[in-house]
Ligand binder design. Structure first.
Ligand code: UDP
Length: 413
């Protein structure tokens, strides 16, 4: 096995894709690229940066990753921001906004030299957004990368944040419908998964058997899985209803796996509702997972026959990407990024009700050839569109476009 990441990805995506990355990276050789976010561990942003930084380095760029440091009131403020930008209606107390700005000033003191020197700075999400206004000697291009859904923000909070993000050279959004109008160019870059991470890497039969056994599942009966936080928008109770309906026609087991319930009061409530809905049925397995259960989630997705993601509201829906990559057809709620991934009747089914989900579960389990064909198409679709290599390609293209924006053609050697 080679040590070079690019070689490892090449085995999955093919030579052309990797050659294309090398070509795009060539004019950017030696470019200093700094990413700034607010956490090194936990959450999708950190997960992606962990993999993207070494890849960009192998491609000849000079990437680095900085994390802004803050304390209690800073995170209280940014949590408020996160929730209000995604639709909660509440004012952020003035003293918290003051802490937000002060924390950015403190971090700017530490990072200014590096940020002003960089050719490109990618600032992730609202937490470090004010840094641009604090680096007046900047030399490079600055891009604000928004990972959250700002389609229906609480206006006063968006207006406050907009003052900080408007002066950026560009911004990146995950989906068109998440964005707000701004005066600079807006780019769309969808998230991705890493096929070499613990969450997605191939697992041995032995490991899969271990997951089956630990989960107390019967290998001889079909398994339907939904992996998600216990959150009402993920509609776990709807999944139980769909399961109960489908089970009257086909033998079936259901796994609802997720974590994060213990430190989230609403999560505990939802978990209690799910347990009540599942009571008395030993074929429903509600599994509370620790936050580092990546290989278990990988295994559960792989041992399933069908993956369900019956959300009634969703961001991009990475669990859908993960399942499709494992060759599973997904029955998903017709919302958010699920609609970009599940092509109705081709890579899975889009549904709006428990009855709809039950009908599709029953159909797939009684038409195995269809189930397998959809699973194959699902994997191919993710291979072509939602792996980290596509994500890096779009970042490189964006950097070239920003640098050479006025040229009609960008010649690559
Ligand atoms: N996930 C996890 N543990 C859990 C539940 C989810 O590691 O208990 C992972 C899941 O595999 C996926 C991500 O967290 O990678 C969830 O992303 P998604 O976009 O599906 O939903 P979100 O939770 O961001 O709304």
């Amino acid at each position: 096995m080679t040590d070079l990441l690019l070689d490892q990805y090449q085995e999955i995506v093919g030579e052309d894709v990797i050659n294309n990355l090398r070509q795009l990276a060539e004019p950017l050789r030696g470019a200093k690229v700094v990413h700034v976010n607010s956490t090194r561990e936990g959450g999708g942003v950190a997960e992606i940066l962990h993999r993207m930084i070494p890849l960009k380095k192998e491609l000849g760029l000079e990437p680095s990753w900085e994390v802004i440091a803050g304390e209690g009131e800073f995170y209280q403020c940014t949590k408020y921001m996160h929730n209000t930008l995604q639709g909660n209606r509440s004012e952020i107390p003035q003293h918290l906004l003051k802490r937000y700005e002060e924390t950015n000033e403190e971090n700017a003191e530490r990072l200014r030299g590096q940020l002003e020197e960089a050719d490109f700075v990618f600032i992730h999400d609202p937490q470090p957004a004010p840094l641009l206004s604090l680096c007046s000697g900047r030399r490079g291009k600055w891009v604000w990368r928004c990972h959250i859904d700002v389609s229906r923000p609480y206006r006063p909070v968006w207006k406050y944040l907009r003052n900080f993000v408007e002066p950026y050279d560009a911004s990146i959004w995950s989906l068109a419908e998440f964005a707000q109008p701004l005066h600079h160019p807006l780019y769309l870059i969808a998230p991705s998964i890493d096929p070499l991470s613990d969450k997605n890497i191939e697992l041995s039969q032995k490991e899969l058997k271990g997951v089956l056994k630990r989960s107390k599942l019967d290998p001889d009966r079909p398994i339907v899985v939904q992996v998600s936080r216990f959150d009402r928008f993920k509609d776990p109770v709807g999944v139980v209803q769909a399961f109960r309906l489908a089970k009257t026609f086909v033998p079936l087991q259901l796994v609802l796996a997720g974590g994060g319930a213990t430190d989230d009061p609403e999560g505990e409530e939802v978990l209690a509702e799910v347990r009540a809905a599942a009571a008395g049925d030993s074929d429903i397995h509600v599994m509370l997972l620790p936050s580092d259960a990546h290989r278990t989630i990988n295994g559960l997705q792989r041992i399933s026959d069908i993956v369900v993601q019956k959300s009634t509201r969703e961001g991009f829906g990475l669990t859908v990407t993960e399942a499709m990559w494992k060759g599973k057809p997904v029955i998903g709620g017709e919302v958010g990024g699920i609609r970009l991934q599940v092509h109705n009747h081709h890579t899975g089914f889009l549904v709006n009700t428990p009855e709809g989900a039950a009908l599709r579960i029953r159909y797939l389990l009684t038409h195995r050839d269809k189930l397998e064909e959809m699973g194959r198409k699902a994997r191919q679709f993710i291979l072509e569109n939602f792996l980290i290599t596509r994500h890096v390609r779009e970042y490189l293209t964006l950097m070239l476009a920003i640098l050479r924006g006025t040229e009609e053609r960008i010649e690559l050697v």
